[in-house]
Design a protein around this ligand. Structure first.
Ligand SMILES: CC(C)(COP(=O)(O)OP(=O)(O)OC[C@H]1O[C@@H](n2cnc3c(N)ncnc32)[C@H](O)[C@@H]1OP(=O)(O)O)[C@@H](O)C(=O)NCCC(=O)NCCS
Length: 192
C-alpha cells in the first residue's frame, strides 16, 4: 500500500513537472547555432540523446530522471545546449559539452530558468567550453524574455564555481544539496 501511494505521488509530481515545463517552453524559440573557434554551440537534436546520456553518466554516474529525459525529447532544442567539437584534426564532429535547463516551482515565482546540469567531456575540460556554453545560454534565454538563470553548485566544485562566476553568476544563498546535505550555493545570473 505504501509503495502504491509512493508511485502515485511520483507520477503526480512528474506530471506537474512536465506540464509546467512544456507550458513555459512554448514561449522559447529553438536555440540558434553559433561557431566559436573549434566548437559549434547549438540546441539539442533528437539524435543527440544517446551521447548526452553517455556523457552525463560518465561525469555524474546515475541517470537523468525519466520526466527530464521525456521533457528534452519534446523541448531539447530549446532547453538543452550542446557543444560540438569541429577541430579539423578529428575525423567526425563529436559532442563534447552539454548544458541542461528546466523550470522549477521556484523559477516560476522568481521568473528564472534553472540550470540543471553543465558537463564537459573529460578530454575537453579546461578549454573554456563550459563557460562558452553558459554565455551562449545567457544570450539564448535573454532573447527569449527570461529575467535570470538560477543554478545550484556544490561548494567543493571549484571548476563549476569559477566558470559560473566568469559567466556572470553571483551567489545569493547558502544551501544544502539533496540527498546528502552537501554544502552548496544557490547562484543567480541576471539577464537584464
Ligand atoms: C564544471 C565543468 C563543466 C567546467 O567545464 P570546463 O570547460 O572545464 O570549464 P572552463 O574551461 O570554462 O573553466 C572555467 C574556469 O574553471 C577553471 N577550472 C576548470 N577545471 C578546473 C579544475 N579541475 N580545477 C580548478 N579549476 C578549474 C578554469 O581554469 C577556468 O578558470 P579561469 O578562467 O580562472 O582560468 C567541468 O569541469 C565538468 O564537466 N565537471 C564535471 C561535471 C560537473 O561537476 N558539472 C557541474 C555541476 S552540475
Amino acid at each position: 500500500m505504501g509503495r502504491f501511494v509512493s508511485n502515485i505521488n511520483m507520477a503526480f509530481h512528474a506530471g506537474v513537472f512536465l506540464f509546467r515545463n512544456i507550458q513555459k517552453s512554448l514561449n522559447i524559440a529553438k536555440a540558434p547555432q553559433l561557431n566559436v573557434g573549434s566548437v559549434v554551440l547549438r540546441g539539442m537534436t533528437r539524435g543527440d540523446e544517446p551521447e548526452l546520456l553517455r556523457i552525463h553518466h560518465c561525469l555524474m554516474g546515475g541517470h537523468i530522471p525519466l520526466p527530464t529525459v521525456n521533457l528534452y525529447r519534446w523541448a531539447g532544442s530549446k532547453l538543452v545546449l550542446v557543444a560540438v567539437n569541429i577541430d579539423e584534426r578529428d575525423a567526425d564532429p563529436v559532442i563534447v559539452g552539454m548544458n541542461m535547463y528546466h523550470f522549477n516551482k521556484r523559477d516560476t515565482v522568481e521568473e528564472t530558468i534553472h540550470e540543471g546540469f553543465l558537463g564537459v567531456a573529460p578530454d575537453f575540460q579546461r578549454r573554456g567550453i563550459g563557460t562558452k556554453l553558459r554565455i551562449f545560454a545567457k544570450n539564448h534565454f535573454q532573447i527569449n524574455g527570461i529575467a535570470a538563470i538560477s543554478t545550484k553548485i556544490s561548494s567543493s566544485n571549484v571548476a563549476s564555481l569559477k566558470s559560473a562566476r566568469n559567466a556572470g553568476f553571483r551567489p545569493v544563498q547558502k544551501i544544502k544539496l539533496a540527498p546528502k546535505g552537501e554544502d552548496a550555493l544557490h547562484l543567480i545570473c541576471k539577464l537584464n
